[in-house]
Design a protein around this ligand. Structure first.
Ligand SMILES: Nc1ncnc2c1ncn2[C@@H]1O[C@H](COP(=O)(O)OP(=O)(O)OP(=O)(O)O)[C@@H](O)[C@H]1O
Ligand SMILES: [Mg+2]
Length: 234
């Protein structure tokens, strides 16, 4: 579904990604993990068209999206939950969700998608009129994921959904991601929480200083000695 080959990306003169390759097949949950500053968000910005200083190949459902604008890429169904959520904090929960239904295809399915989101996150249904900025951190993350789901994603991309959450809320958010996977969604999950992410991922990639240094089945990566030492403090 998503095929990234030899992707280089830079900010001005500073090259951040030095030719990375990875892919996501239909129905997979793929984890892209790595430490602070490894280049994970940069890779996502390159895929979503926000970053234009790049070379290499980015294909989505066979289409070359490397030169497409961000809104065209979104309209193809490649929908991202950005780092730190970026909600419209002064608007209500319901308004934020409705704003997620951006494409004509998503607008047609708005009522069904709202029901689907409330099924996943009953908490949100009880707070429809509350301003998004007054939600707890965990609720805001749920709303951010809900808003992305309102856009009928073909591929859902999550950038560090567990950042800033307590262990309990982290578990809640990961449980939802697992549910989405079991329901057949295709997900690219970017995380610093290596253990959790690889534990539930079909496959994973480890990014270090702008290079993919390891790839494989999530559980196999977790059993790797280098990974255990570098990321899990074992
Ligand atoms: N707009 C920018 N201009 C210049 N350098 C940037 C810019 N954004 C990010 N960088 C640099 O690119 C490198 C990779 O950053 P990136 O945000 O991709 O890391 P990350 O893997 O997402 O890290 P984190 O887990 O902390 O979110 C960092 O060294 C960062 O300082
Ligand atoms: Mg990041």
């Amino acid at each position: 579904m998503l095929e990234v080959k030899d992707l280089f990306a830079r900010y001005g003169r500073v090259e951040i990604l030095h030719g990375i390759s990875f892919s996501v097949q239909q129905g997979e949950l793929v984890a892209l993990v790595g430490a602070n500053g490894a280049g994970k968000t940069t890779a996502l910005k390159a895929i979503s068209g926000l970053l234009t200083q790049k070379k290499g190949e980015i294909r989505f459902q066979g289409k070359d999206i490397g030169r497409m604008s961000p809104d065209r890429i979104v309209s193809l169904g490649l929908i991202q939950v950005p780092e730190r959520r970026r909600l419209f904090t002064g608007m209500s929960v319901l308004e934020n969700l409705e704003l997620g239904a951006i494409t004509p295809r998503a607008r047609k399915r708005k009522t069904q998608n709202l029901e689907f989101v409330f099924g996943l996150f009953p908490q949100l249904k009880e707070r429809l009129r509350q301003a998004a900025g007054t939600l707890s951190g965990g609720e805001q993350q749920m709303l951010a994921i809900g808003r992305a789901l309102m856009g009928c994603p073909v591929l859902l991309i999550l950038d560090e959904p567990s950042t800033g959450l307590s262990p309990l809320l982290t578990k809640t958010v990961f449980d939802v991601i697992r549910t989405l996977k079991e329901q057949g969604s295709t997900v690219l999950l970017v995380e610093q929480n290596v253990q959790h992410a690889l534990d539930m991922a079909t496959r994973g990639y480890v990014l270090e200083n702008g290079n993919v240094v390891m790839e494989g089945a999530g559980r196999d990566l977790l059993a790797d000695e280098h990974l255990k030492q570098a990321y899990l403090g074992m």
